[in-house]
Design a protein around this ligand. Structure first.
Ligand code: DGL
Length: 267
């Protein structure tokens, strides 16, 4: 059986990249719902329905474990799916918010969350962080232009410079004492260098790939009954709801390697 990795688009590839470097022996199926991205501006009902369709699809593909490599879907749909829609003895579904929060909550004092409007309005980061460390100051900033820029391959453009500056200025105006900035969307590591250039060097910028990879490795050590079921052929399969040509050319930017994808329909 395989490990499924799901995102609304290309962003989850930043997670798959790190997971498959850390745990290269397992077989992975990546599913990008590129035809319906972005999710970040959609309602709870729509994000939940789309995410559930993806989870069902990956289950049919033989996944025993699915990582929702999308903060928006983790914030809006994960808990309902875990509690109502799956049989945990056959399938486990994990998100990316909890491991991120666990990784930063001890060392930080003023945390900034950069995320999609959907993740921000869910307040998931604020709630999870304050459960682990009630003394943290948490400030959020929605960055609605970043995912569309990245999905369009415009993340290296001057337009991207403009929107990076705009949202960074906005969050630092709300709290100028931020010491840790969480890139709370799996697309945002593609803007890492631009963000690094415009924030003070003492601010720690946290991307999720290594954190999720570490947390998955730990999870598999703790759940040998799941680990045993996973096939170890080191294969990566890529599925997209968009055209295969478009996915393949854009995905190579995220993975630095050519890939072969298959088109699928989610319903
Ligand atoms: N990559 C997704 C996330 O981590 C968001 C993308 C979207 O808005 O569809 O939130």
């Amino acid at each position: 059986m395989k490990i499924g990795v799901f995102d609304s688009g290309y962003g989850g590839l930043t997670i798959l990249n790190k997971i498959s470097q850390r745990l290269p022996e397992y077989d992975y199926v990546y599913l990008g719902d590129n035809a319906r991205t972005p999710y970040g501006t959609r309602s709870f009902e729509v994000i939940y329905a789309y995410t559930l369709q993806a989870v069902r699809y990956l289950e049919q593909q033989g996944c025993r474990l699915i990582i929702i490599a999308c903060n928006t879907a983790s914030a809006k749909a994960l808990r309902t799916i875990q509690q109502h829609d799956i049989d945990p003895s056959r399938l486990r579904v994990l998100g990316v918010i909890r491991p991120t929060v666990e990784a930063v909550s001890k060392d930080a004092r003023h945390v900034g969350i950069l995320a999609t409007p959907g993740t921000v309005s869910s307040e998931s980061y604020v709630m999870e962080l304050s459960k682990l460390n009630p003394d943290l100051a948490v400030t959020q900033q929605a960055c609605p232009m970043w995912v569309p820029l990245i999905e369009a391959g415009e993340h290296r453009s001057m337009g991207a410079d403009y929107f990076v500056q705009e949202y960074i200025d906005a969050i630092l105006q709300k709290d100028n004492a931020i010491d840790t900035l969480i890139l709370g969307c799996t697309h945002y590591p593609l803007l890492f260098d631009k963000i690094r250039k415009v924030v003070r060097p003492d601010i720690r910028i946290v991307a999720q790939g290594d954190i999720v990879a570490e947390s998955l490795s730990d999870y598999l050590k703790r759940h040998s009954e799941i680990e045993r079921d996973l096939t170890k052929g080191g294969q990566r399969t890529f599925l997209t709801t968009e055209s295969v040509e478009k996915f393949q050319s854009s995905a190579s930017i995220f993975l630095d390697a050519p890939i072969i994808a298959q088109h699928i329909e989610l319903k």
